[in-house]
Design a binder for this molecule. Sequence first.
Ligand code: EPU
Length: 420
Amino acid sequence: MAYIKIDGGRLLEGEIKISGAKNSVVALIPAAILCDEEVSLVNVPTISDVDSLEEILSFLNVDVKRHNDEMKIDSNKMINKPIPASLSNKLRASYYFMGALLGKGHKVDIYFPGGCTIGKRPIDLHLKGFKELGATITDMDDHFIIEANELKGCKIYLDVASVGATINIMLAAVKAKGKTIIENAAKEPEIINVATLLNSMGAKVKGAGTNVIEITGVNYLHKALHEVIPDRIEAGTYLIIGALLGNPLKISNIIPSHIESLIYKLQEAGVSTLIGDDYIVVRRSDDGYHPIDIKTAVYPGYPTDLQQPIIPFLTQCDGISKVEETIYENRFMNIPDIVKMSADIIVRDNRYAIIKGKTPLKGDRVIATDLRGGASLLICGLIADGETRIDNIKYILRGYDQIVEKLQSVGAKIEIVDSE
Ligand code: EPU
């Protein structure tokens, strides 16, 4: 199995260009099958989650053409057939085929999605939305058949502002009869990106980015060319790396307002940043950093996906920092390995992490347990003394486009080693 080897402690200098957003593209690809003509997506990142969705499209006989960062999707010859567990459990976002196939063909047969095991991650709100639109759901131990003679617009209130449920209901509702209103909708930038694609195909979606989204059903969706927004979590990950090792580091092709909560927190700790229209320059401070407290929240709050990546930074702040994870029940799986690398961290009730700094980290052999946890170990490896080996790197590669190459290009000593 391949592993990542890092020789830590090197300052990083130059520019890192951020790729298209994973959590946007994984919804845009299934959304494209709603189109009655061809959809072209650009700024598509090279990550294994995209490959897994492409496999599902090919299985459904959808025509896919990829060239550089462009993906053309034509679903005119699509065959709507049961999607087996072996395909759906490769990633979380396979659940967007529920909304998309229901919206397009009024039927979907699929298994419970996969993805990182960072919490219970139920899909009850997705199913509730489909039901209220008029679908019947047969749930056979994680195997779902969802079908409807006709989908009819209605008012749906989400108990939790779930990203996945908001997008899935939008997908199911774009071709439904009449008006659907989603209340307490999630407001993440990825939702606006999906609504923009739908509207450029001729859908009528209003209010994306606010907590009330209104969708008026249409019969036909025409061809569109659409750009995936920059990945705010990838941008945030490199910004944290820059605060630790930037000499300086320029993070470009980003929308700085999408990571404002992280920027504020880093500034509170004493990180200085130069913010341009679509870039941030960050430099490591020799004067040390102050400890900070972080509580994860839905957008525009501090993102749960940047909770694990900021832990290595907090180990380098002088004093006690506290992190509270409010979205997922199991998002501290990375901590034992960071402690193994000499950090002083205590986890309480799987909800709080108390980090005492500053502690120099030492390279060690560690295992990625999930995507963002893997990224946090990689950051530890970059700042640690000596060599770090990270196993189970498939988690990291599912969401970070060419992470090893990007870091090498700014001076990191990092490589993927293929082993038996
Ligand atoms: N929830 C429910 N019922 C539902 C759906 C969600 O109780 O039907 C709960 C979840 O258990 C969780 C909370 O609501 O506690 C938020 O979940 P949400 O549905 O918003 O998350 P998601 O759609 O499963 C997406 C991203 C995650 C990201 C979250 C929050 C994708 C494929 N995944 O997940 O990304 O953490 O939104 O922003 O878009 C990652 O990239 O590492 C990642 C995990």
